[in-house]
Design a protein around this ligand. Sequence first.
Ligand code: AMP
Ligand code: MN
Ligand code: MN
Length: 334
Amino acid sequence: LAQFYNPLLQKEVKKTLKLLRSKTRFLITSHIGIDGDGLASELALARALKKMGKKVQVLNDSGTPHAYQFLPDAQKIERFGQVSPAPREVTVILDAGKFERIGSLKDVVSLRRDTVINIDHHRSNKGFGTVSLIDPLISSAGELLFEFFKWAKIEIDKTTALLLYVAILTDTGRFTYDNTTARTHRNIGELLEYGIRPELVANEIYRRVTHGQVELLKHALATLTYTEDGRIAHITLLRKDFDQTGTSGLETQEFVEIPRSIDGVRVGIYFRETLEKGTVKVSMRSNGGIDLNRFARRFGGGGHRSAAGITLQTKIEEAKRKIIASLAQDISRI
Ligand code: AMP
Ligand code: MN
Ligand code: MN
């Protein structure tokens, strides 16, 4: 085999390929609050492994958001709690920056006893797997998988190409975030050659917003608040907002783009109460100048330089006060 595109990962790709080839039963999972990259990467890897004659179970803590239910084989994804993990030799964790991000699956996956392959692209990832294939410079777990499949000469068909396209499309914010590179576009060009129709994919993911989601958006916009001379903008959604509109937090993954996209805003924040009582999810996006991965790590969260998340066990007002006060200090220095 030729050299992997990232020479620093040469050993890891070899180890990964060896495990995938030599073992037969796999469990694949991803992070809580699963997104397009997590889901599509899981399905792409599951498909590749099945074509190699392997037994594969895809099992998640979260359900699949409405926008991704069209993905091929999405209906076969199982949910932990309703289904238990089958016996397996290898667990593959995709798109999770730290082990705890697999949520309730950590009750059945053990880093000490199990063989775990961690394929990821988060800057905050310290490499928790038996094998950790991590490139913080690539756009998405899906793009890393694409490079890996090409390097390993693992067959990619039109369906796999669609899945990898969706992973990259969604994690780059439709090719607009700072993780979008010339290489990303070349990879996307190769994926399009399989016959992917971008407008049809976008119809599924971005043009089937539910009425509940639009109602929820009204609630979110009503909370829009600016601080630090308009350099921070934030929105907030409470459990009652989700209850009233029949929606869930999983359906609001792009809401943080609203405060982030306003003229003059350096950091956009979206606070929401989760289903778990007393837990607040904070989504943050920066337009440069602030390293949000570093910021989030102070509060036990993480992610990337311009997109990070934090989960706090506090009342929402307390979470907002703490995060905004701390961020205001950082912002005053730039
Ligand atoms: P989100 O705001 O949920 O879209 O997350 C932005 C980025 O930060 C994603 O790449 C997440 O995987 C990561 N992230 C979100 N929440 C956390 C968390 N609690 N701990 C570590 N990383 C997170
Ligand atoms: Mn993700
Ligand atoms: Mn990702």
